[in-house]
Design a protein around this ligand. Structure first.
Ligand code: NAG
Ligand code: NAG
Ligand code: NAG
Ligand code: ZN
Length: 370
């Protein structure tokens, strides 16, 4: 829900200001729903943004015209929008992307770098080796527990969001772009109850093994499909598959797309339930230990929406999160001052004082400008 004064301002903005007039946008940047970047940040040019009156109608999620223009698998780097390629080239030529070689993926091991590049050193700083890049987010504020799920949308997603909704609980979904393409109804289920949508790449590769332009393709298409499926919201956060990032990949995400990285500080290993790597009981033991443990730092727990069992592991743990006094909030809102998107406060959702989501409608593209 938005106030009428807010709506009026946005309509006026959209009606009177040319889209390219960044200066005018900046005058209004303290308003909700405006851009928070400097005007010359490349992300302004990368996604066609919708606002009332600007003539953009996004195709209905799941319709043939929605799906037709998105890659069905690993994106072809020779078929990228020129604006993305230009933004990468600009970032490289202005020295913003560290010249770190790609790693090599070896099965069941962290990616390996060529001799002379220390994954733990400050130049590379590979998160696969638990090196923490200072700009990345690993911890939640004291007393808070950031709720988030990786790898959706998938068939178990509706069960998860039905539970979340029954608890008025907000959550972030780190989604895989190609899963959005093949599971549009499950995407809608998560988004329509006010779930925050974040980027988990298009095809889930080890990102440090990719070339710069491949990194752009994986992130860009995921942003584009989220953008075009949420009435124009530009995601603000991403999470690397397998937690595999380094200073080069981080810089591309941040400099080309304005993305900030959310890692985690507790790992349920729930993804290995299927193969017997862990069990419901083992997850529940871990959860109880964490939830009854220290409140500093706050918790960001890695969980997945891959299977019904993984969803159930979260549902089982949820009462203990509450009974142990944790402030449970969508991780993107928690670490993002309530703003899960770069160009919208998601303010069509009514959020109560304790950060709990009440209800949301997906239709309020009027809350977006710029
Ligand atoms: C995303 O939506 C914009 C605005 O309608 C459109 O120009 C663009 O082609 C869409 N992207 C895809 C991949 O369909
Ligand atoms: C969720 O919020 C609604 C509206 O404020 C309230 O009526 C309901 O009791 C809440 N449910 C829970 C489980 O807190
Ligand atoms: C929970 O954390 C969020 C984000 O920091 C904050 O807005 C909210 O007021 C907190 N709620 C409670 C009950 O402490
Ligand atoms: Zn994943």
């Amino acid at each position: 829900m938005f106030t009428s004064i807010f709506l009026a301002i946005n309509v006026a903005l959209a009606a009177n200001l040319p889209r390219s007039d960044c200066h005018d946008h900046e005058q209004h940047r303290r308003l909700p729903g405006n851009w928070y970047h400097e005007c010359d940040h490349p992300v302004h040019n990368l996604f066609k943004r919708g606002a009332p009156g600007d003539g953009i109608n996004y195709a209905e999620v799941g319709s043939p015209s929605w799906s037709s223009a998105f890659p069905t698998s690993t994106p072809d780097t020779s078929q990228l929008p020129q604006a993305w390629v230009d933004a990468l080239n600009d970032a490289v030529s202005s020295g913003k992307i560290p010249n770190i070689p790609e790693s090599t993926s070896t099965s069941d091991r962290s990616p390996v770098y060529p001799d002379g590049f220390d994954p733990d050193g400050s130049e590379v700083c590979s998160s696969s080796y638990q090196c923490r890049i200072p700009e990345d987010i690993w911890d939640a504020p004291t007393g808070t527990l950031g709720i988030g799920f990786d790898d959706g949308p998938l068939p178990p997603t509706p069960r998860l969001v039905t539970f979340l909704q029954s608890q008025n609980q907000s959550a972030t979904h780190f989604m895989i772009g190609s899963n959005i393409l093949s599971n549009p109804n499950q995407f809608n289920a998560a988004y329509n109850i006010g779930g925050d949508i974040a980027v988990h790449t298009y095809t889930h590769p080890y990102m440090t093994t990719l070339t710069n332009i491949q990194v752009v393709a994986e992130l860009g298409w995921t942003m584009e499909i989220i953008h075009n499926s949420t009435g124009g919201r530009v995601p603000r956060f991403w999470r690397p598959p397998y937690g595999d990032s380094d200073n080069r990949v981080r810089a591309i995400a941040a400099e080309v797309f304005g993305l900030e990285c959310i890692m985690w500080n507790r790992d349920t290993d729930d993804w290995s339930m299927e193969s017997g790597g862990t069990t419901m009981r083992a997850i529940s033991r871990k959860m109880k230990k964490w939830l009854t443990g220290p409140k500093t730092p706050g918790l960001i727990i890695l969980e997945h929406e891959l299977t019904t069992d993984m969803v159930q592991a979260f549902i089982n743990a949820y009462p203990f999160m509450k009974s142990n006094g944790w402030n449970t909030t969508s991780v993107a809102r928690l670490v993002g001052d309530g703003r899960p998107y770069q160009n919208s406060n998601n303010d069509d959702s009514t959020v109560t004082a304790d950060g709990i989501l009440v209800a949301a409608t997906p239709s309020a593209t009027s809350s977006i400008t710029g």
